[in-house]
Design a binder for this molecule. Structure first.
Ligand code: XMP
Length: 514
């Protein structure tokens, strides 16, 4: 296995991700934890030093134990990691001045001699890389040579081939270094990794980690039926079985048959201990007469916590709360992954729960990106229809029903949404679209059906493509599709006589209507 020593870079997890893509198993450990004893016990086959925010010229700045250089295994130092290596081994690093600092895109060109680390590099004579450094190496450590230079970093790529120590000034793990993955591939190859690690192995490791963390204590998990919480629940169930209780809070704002489907899937396929908390009366009661979007959200958020707490209190000896937090949820606030200084940005849907209830967190997906969670879900046997589901917001249909929420409107909305999604599936578009749903508008309009006048609700259909939900483009359905869908909804759903298609992108619109 490969050890990543984390010096606090914001993109350390991306190194791990690049390695997982190469089917290489790695672990990230904060530098404070990596002592000589730790190194011996870990026995890495290769080591990577991450970047970091500190300056190596500062006294007391983060270092690895010197013993790391005597392990006889390949080491790759990145950015701060390069500077650490140079200074530790007898080179010189100079503190940043404005003319030597380099941030953003740069181009590295090769020196004369080619090395295995750079196989597949410089095919066009130069490589685009991402730089982000203030300090720079000014004198190489003995044994090192330069293999690539950039205008701001004469020592952009350096190596001591005898000891298999490599050190680069840029960040090969980020997308802005387009050929960066190749560099990691070459590194793990020369370190002797066969690349046969799989998501199946990750699953086993996660299970062991959960067992180590939880011991014989009980865990509760808020299951929403979304991919993240589902994968979290199943993983925990595999790890600790009966010690886990999942609570599925049904706030009465779910889609057609959704609650039944979710509960059935988990009970039948996984035999999970699952409490179906049907609290729709409570939620809908409190929401009666409320039409302000923020007030709605606040009511739902608060009730969710109250309800969850009520059920959790009935579970004896629960000391842990499991959450499906993903890496992008923590990326902004992590200073050292898994380290003592981590600030947790709680999942917005259960925000505030752990603090309020005095629970410790179990977050098995903290290191993963969405697509990796899907792969893990697949590995755990979650049906493909579950894994590929469009995102669904915590407040549910409440934010797709602008104005006052009534049971009548919710019923119309559920039926219309089901027809719309059925249409999308029938046309083979579901997986092409990031998120699609119907919303019911707070207005009635006049229509004519048969020989009679109608005065019914209007619907808005929404479909967007997006990468992360932060920005989005409306989906360009054909007119045929829209016409057919409108006809079907009006014919099949009583109470609707008009259908609009929302062709607003984000910005200026948001994806949800509220
Ligand atoms: P907006 O409407 O802000 O939505 O453009 C962006 C993405 O976030 C989802 N969304 C939520 N998800 N709790 C959630 O779990 C929420 O309160 C919430 N509000 C919006 C929305 O469905 C879209 O995918």
């Amino acid at each position: 296995r490969l050890l990543i020593i984390d010096f606090g870079s914001q993109v350390t997890q991306l190194i791990a991700r690049r390695l997982r893509e190469l089917n290489v198993y790695c672990e990230i450990h904060p530098y404070q934890k990596v002592t000589e004893t730790f190194l011996t016990a870990f026995s890495p086959k290769a080591v990577i030093f991450s970047g970091g925010p500190d300056s190596v010229v500062r006294d007391g700045s983060p270092r690895p134990p010197k013993a790391v250089y005597d392990l006889g295994v390949p080491i790759l130092g990145i950015c701060y990691g390069q500077q650490v290596m140079m200074q530790d081994l007898g080179g010189t690093v100079e503190a940043g001045e404005s003319h030597t600092a380099e941030f953003g895109r740069a181009y590295v060109t090769p020196t004369e001699q080619r090395i295995d680390l750079l196989n597949g590099w410089f095919l066009d004579g130069r490589e685009q890389v991402w730089m982000s450094h203030g300090d720079h190496v000014s004198k190489l450590a003995p044994g090192f040579e330069v293999y690539g230079t950039s205008p701001g970093a004469p020592f952009a790529i350096t190596a001591d081939l005898d000891r298999r120590f490599f050190a680069v000034q840029f960040h090969p793990e980020v997308h802005h270094t387009p050929n960066g993955a190749t560099l990691y591939e070459n590194f793990v190859k020369l370190a002797g990794f066969s690349g046969d690690w799989t998501m199946g192995a990750y699953r086993e490791e996660m299970i062991q980690k959960i067992r180590d963390q939880v011991g014989d204590k009980n865990v509760i998990c808020a299951l929403s039926g979304g991919v993240d919480s589902s994968v979290t629940g199943i993983l925990l169930h595999e790890a600790i079985g009966e010690q886990l209780t999942c609570v599925f809070v049904d706030h009465g704002l779910l889609r057609l048959n959704e609650a039944e489907q979710v509960v059935k899937m988990f009970r039948e396929n996984y035999n999970l201990k699952l409490i179906h908390a049907d609290e729709s009366e409570l939620f809908l009661g409190e929401l009666e007469g409320v039409s302000d979007p923020e007030t709605k959200r606040k009511i739902i958020g608060k009730l969710f916590i109250d309800v969850f707490q009520k059920y959790a209190n009935e579970i004896e000896g629960a000391e842990f709360l499991a959450q499906g937090t993903l890496y992008p949820d923590v990326i902004e606030s992590v200073s050292f992954s898994g380290g003592p200084s981590v600030t947790i940005k709680s999942h917005h849907n259960v925000g505030g729960l752990p603090e309020k209830m005095g629970l410790k967190l179990v977050e098995p997906l903290r290191e993963l990106f969405k697509d990796e969670v899907r792969a893990l879900g697949h590995e755990l046997g979650l049906p493909a229809s579950f894994i590929g589901r469009h995102p669904f917001p915590g407040p549910g249909l409440a934010i797709r029903c602008p104005g006052e929420i009534t049971r009548e409107k919710l019923e119309i909305l559920r039926k219309a949404d089901a027809v719309y999604i059925d249409q999308i599936r029938k046309h083979g578009l579901y997986d092409e679209i990031w998120q699609a749903f119907a919303a019911i508008l707070p207005m009635r309009t006049v229509g004519v059906m048969g020989d009679g006048r109608t005065y019914d609700y209007a619907l808005a259909l929404r479909a967007v493509n997006s990468v992360d939900g932060m920005t989005a483009d409306y989906y360009p359905f054909t007119h045929e599709f829209l016409g057919e869908t409108s006809t079907r909804i009006i014919n099949e759903v009583k109470g609707v006589n008009r259908v609009f298609y929302d062709c607003t992108s984000k910005p200026p619109g948001t994806i949800e209507l509220e």
